[in-house]
Ligand binder design. Structure first.
Ligand code: ADP
Ligand code: MG
Length: 353
C-alpha cells in the first residue's frame, strides 16, 4: 500500500474551530452477560464558547460518552475506540496521568449524582481547595478564599462555616451545589454538565445556569449540557444532539432540531416531553415500546422496532442498513428528505402545537 492511499483513508481533518472533536467513538463494556455496545460510532464537535445540548431517553449513552471523554471509565472492563481530540490533544490514547492533569484544569464534569464526585472522608472545603492548589499553583489561603467564594456563588449559606463540613452534613441539594462549585473552581475550558440541576429548585437552577453562562463568557468555555428539560436546552444550548441507543440520530442548531425535527425518534421524544411554553393542557404521547438491550441491539437502524414509518422505506433497509448521519444539520434515517418533511408537516407539527 502506498502512502497516498493511507492519506485518502484518513478521517476528515478536524476544522480549526473545533475545540472538542469526537470521531466514531465506540465504547463497549464486557459484562457477565456479554458485550454491551453502549456507544456505537458517535461523532460530534464543539467550538469554544459554544454549548452542545444532548438529549435522549435514559440508557442512550449520554453519560457513558461524557465519562469516556474525561477518561473516567474502568479500563479493565471497558473498550474504547475512535478519537476524542480536545484542543489538539488526543484523549483516547492519553495516559492516566495526562488525563488526570487535564481533568484538573482543562475539563471538568458536573455529575448526575454528587456522591460520584464528593468523597465522604474529606471536608467539602478541602475537596474544593486541594485541586485548585495543585492545578493553579495557588497557596492554601488563596485556595480557601476561592472555595468560599465559589460556595457562595452556588448559593450555599454561611460558606465560611460550611467550608469545614463533610458532605454528609450537607443536604442533597447542597451537595449538588458543592459539586458544581468544585467543577467550576479551576475555570474549565470544557465543562460537562450531566443533568446538573434536576434536584434543584427553580431559583437555584436559574442561579447555576447564570454561573455557567458567566464561565462561558469570561473564559470562552465549551459546555456539554445533558438534560431532559427542553426549556433549559432552549435557554442554554447552541446546538443539539439527539442520541438513541448509543448513536447520534439527529443533529443541528437548537432552533433547527426543536423547530423542524427530522428523525422519527426525535418526533417521538418531543411529543413525549413537556413543551417550552409549559402548556399544562398539552397531551404527552410516550414513544411506544422500550429502548433496546445494548447487549444485542437491533440491526440496521436501532430505532426500527419502535418506528411507525419503516413501511414507507423501500425494501428492508431499516432492518439491514445503518442510516448514516451526514455532517452539519442531519438526521440518520432512511426516509427521503421529502418524506420527512411531509410527515412532519402532516402528522407531527399539529401534535407539538
Ligand atoms: P444515559 O446517560 O443516556 O441514561 P448511560 O450512558 O448511563 O445512559 O448508559 C448507556 C448504556 O450503557 C446503558 O444501557 C447502561 O446500562 C450501560 N452501561 C453503563 N455503564 C455500564 C457499565 N459500567 N457496565 C455495563 N453497562 C454499562
Ligand atoms: Mg445518564
Amino acid at each position: 500500500m502506498t502512502t497516498l492511499t493511507k492519506t485518502e483513508d484518513a478521517p476528515a481533518p478536524t476544522g480549526p474551530e473545533s475545540f472538542l472533536s469526537v470521531r466514531d467513538l465506540r465504547v463497549q463494556f464486557s459484562t457477565e452477560d456479554g458485550i454491551v455496545k453502549a456507544v456505537d460510532g458517535l461523532s460530534f464537535d464543539i467550538e469554544r464558547g459554544k454549548t452542545l445540548g444532548i438529549v435522549g431517553e435514559s440508557g442512550s449513552g449520554k453519560s457513558v460518552t461524557n465519562l469516556t471523554i474525561l477518561g473516567l471509565h474502568n479500563p479493565r472492563s471497558t473498550t474504547v475506540d475512535g478519537e476524542i481530540v480536545l484542543d489538539g490533544k488526543e484523549l483516547v490514547t492519553a495516559s492516566d496521568k495526562e488525563l488526570e492533569k487535564l481533568r484538573g484544569n482543562k475539563m471538568a464534569m458536573i455529575f448526575q449524582d454528587p456522591l460520584t464526585a464528593l468523597s465522604p472522608y474529606y471536608t467539602v472545603g478541602r475537596q474544593l481547595s486541594e485541586p485548585y492548589m495543585k492545578h493553579m499553583g495557588a497557596s492554601k489561603k488563596e485556595a480557601k478564599d476561592r472555595a468560599i467564594q465559589m460556595l457562595e456563588k452556588v448559593g450555599i449559606p454561611q460558606p465560611k462555616v460550611r467550608f469545614d463540613d463533610y458532605p454528609h452534613q450537607f443536604s442533597g441539594g447542597m451537595r449538588q451545589r458543592a459539586m458544581i462549585a468544585m467543577a467550576l473552581m479551576c475555570d474549565p475550558e470544557l465543562l460537562i454538565a450531566d443533568e446538573p440541576t434536576t434536584a434543584l429548585d427553580v431559583t437555584v437552577q436559574a442561579q447555576i445556569l447564570d454561573l455557567l453562562k458567566d464561565l462561558q463568557q469570561e473564559f470562552g468555555s465549551a459546555i456539554i449540557f445533558i438534560t431532559h428539560d427542553l426549556g433549559v436546552i432552549a435557554n442554554m444550548a447552541d446546538d443539539l444532539l439527539v442520541m438513541y441507543a448509543g448513536r447520534a440520530v439527529e443533529r443541528g442548531t437548537v432552533k433547527e432540531v426543536l423547530g423542524t425535527p427530522k428523525h422519527p425518534y426525535t418526533w417521538g421524544l418531543l411529543s413525549s416531553m413537556p413543551r417550552l411554553d409549559g402548556d399544562i393542557h398539552q397531551e404527552l404521547t410516550p414513544i411506544p415500546g422500550t429502548p433496546p438491550s445494548l447487549l444485542n441491539p437491533p440491526s440496521g437502524c436501532r430505532f426500527n422496532p419502535r418506528c411507525a414509518y419503516t413501511d414507507k422505506v423501500e425494501g428492508d433497509l431499516c432492518t439491514t442498513a445503518r442510516p448514516p448521519l451526514a455532517d452539519g444539520r442531519a438526521a440518520a434515517c432512511h426516509l427521503t428528505a421529502e418524506q420527512k418533511q411531509a410527515i412532519f408537516i402532516d402528522e407531527i407539527q399539529p401534535r407539538l402545537r
